[in-house]
Design a protein around this ligand. Structure first.
Ligand SMILES: [Zn+2]
Length: 137
């Protein structure tokens, strides 16, 4: 449940982390879609949080959910023309403009979540399963 709540916050984090909340005008303190949208940073957070889950660290679930949400945000920003700085310069898939195809992104996210949940909790009842050599243990 903590992961879910953190994922909701993480899903919008790359944008609200750009806002200077401590000032009255609340302008951006960094250029839009730069450091707060840095792919490597979010992936490192995800990998570290995933590893912390193994140590049952109290903040691991929060960090993992937050990182999942942040990465989903980057994946959703990636198709539009401004793109996302995954490594260094921004890269765009140039599929559509912001505000278009939101339903497609939301639908694809729910489908992916459904398949992952089915694999993890229901042991692949939806017919989607990782190859045996990918599975841990
Ligand atoms: Zn964004």
């Amino acid at each position: 449940m903590l992961s879910f709540i953190a994922a909701v916050a993480g899903g919008t984090a790359p944008d609200w982390l750009e806002v200077a909340w401590w000032t009255r005008k609340r302008r951006l303190w960094v250029t839009h879609r730069t450091i707060t949208h840095w792919g490597i940073g979010w992936i490192v957070l995800l990998v570290c949080a995933y590893r912390w889950l193994g140590y049952q660290h109290p903040l691991a679930a929060l960090a993992f959910g937050f990182a999942c949400g942040g990465l989903m945000h980057l994946l959703a920003d990636w198709p539009n023309p401004l793109g996302v700085p995954w490594i260094a310069g921004r890269h765009s898939l140039n599929w559509w403009n912001s505000g278009h195809c939101d339903l497609l992104i939301v639908g694809a996210s729910w489908a992916a979540a459904w398949m992952v949940a089915g694999h993890v909790w229901l042991h692949g009842v939806h017919g989607f399963a990782l190859p045996p050599h990918w599975r841990a243990g």
